[in-house]
Design a binder for this molecule. Sequence first.
Ligand SMILES: Nc1ncnc2c1ncn2[C@@H]1O[C@H](COP(=O)(O)OP(=O)(O)OP(=O)(O)O)[C@@H](O)[C@H]1O
Ligand SMILES: [Mg+2]
Length: 338
Amino acid sequence: METVIKDLNQFERDELFGYYGGKSGFKYGIIISNERWIVKFPENTKGFPGQEKRNAHIPSYTTSPLSEYIGSQIYASLGIPVHETMLGLRGNKIVVACKDFNLNHELIEFGNIKNSVEEVENALIGSSGSSSTFQGEYLRDVLTIIDHSKLLQRVDGVRERFWDMFVVDGFIRNNDRNNNNWGVLLRKDGTAEMAPVYDNGNAFFNKRNPSVSERRVLSDADIKQDALGTNISFFLADDNSHIHPFQYIESLQDPDCTAALIRFSERVDMEAIRSIVENIPERAFGLDVISPMQKRHYIQMMETIIKRSVNPTLERLGRSPISLRGRILPTRPGGSPS
Ligand SMILES: Nc1ncnc2c1ncn2[C@@H]1O[C@H](COP(=O)(O)OP(=O)(O)OP(=O)(O)O)[C@@H](O)[C@H]1O
Ligand SMILES: [Mg+2]
């Protein structure tokens, strides 16, 4: 069944509370049936490196709304709490609307938590803060903060959520889980819980012209490169190099990371994930939304990650591989799973 793209133009802006941070494009709150949703627009790429040369690889607008929608739907399909999303039309642009989970101003982003843990200054490799001015965060520092923050100690499942995001972000090729892109909800009564996952707008090569995906999907080598090569994570190794999520996962060096991979393998349903992508209409309101080749590119990247990295790693762990068809692995007698 085709996904509905809703005309959001009729809904009023929330001029009192509908204001949000972030550096990747215009966004504001609108009210839909008494609920506040954030409209996130595609980011204009003027000023991006290479754009002034009219580099054909860089589109005039990013595909962030599409990336946010698909990435968030994939998180939901895995049973990981994530903000609710829908594709829509606002003005004359295809946007993503994300339901606001922070009506009571309870969100404390990880960067703000990190700022507060002054006690561990000597144990950190990097500086304090949100690291929003430099492109990366030391993985070791994140784990140190998780261990030492008094606030995080009161929250269930912080490590699990961090590693779940590490694995799923790798899978959806989201390279921007920066310190403002995850956090906890601190209630007025002092209790706290993990916030739902938000900001998946950098997944699936959102700054790349769809025509590049359409060309690269024709080559196995290019698909493999897009799946497991180029796109790194936001996190840094001690030597300042960016961590490749699946190289790190394959190394089995962190038991919490390995546990997250196993959770992923138990929950992932490739048929459901393919439907999320395939059900998006190619055009709506006279605008391009996603091309058939772009869909193929996204799906083949994810399938390649499973075939070439996740399944071999699961095999080394003595676990069942993920079926590329659906959730239940068809085991053929005497044969290896397809
Ligand atoms: N569904 C949501 N409910 C409530 N607050 C949200 C939601 N999604 C995002 N926010 C808040 O709005 C801020 C900006 O949103 P988001 O991170 O999606 O924007 P961005 O411009 O893509 O960010 P970045 O600078 O990381 O690229 C977030 O840091 C968070 O504080
Ligand atoms: Mg953000």
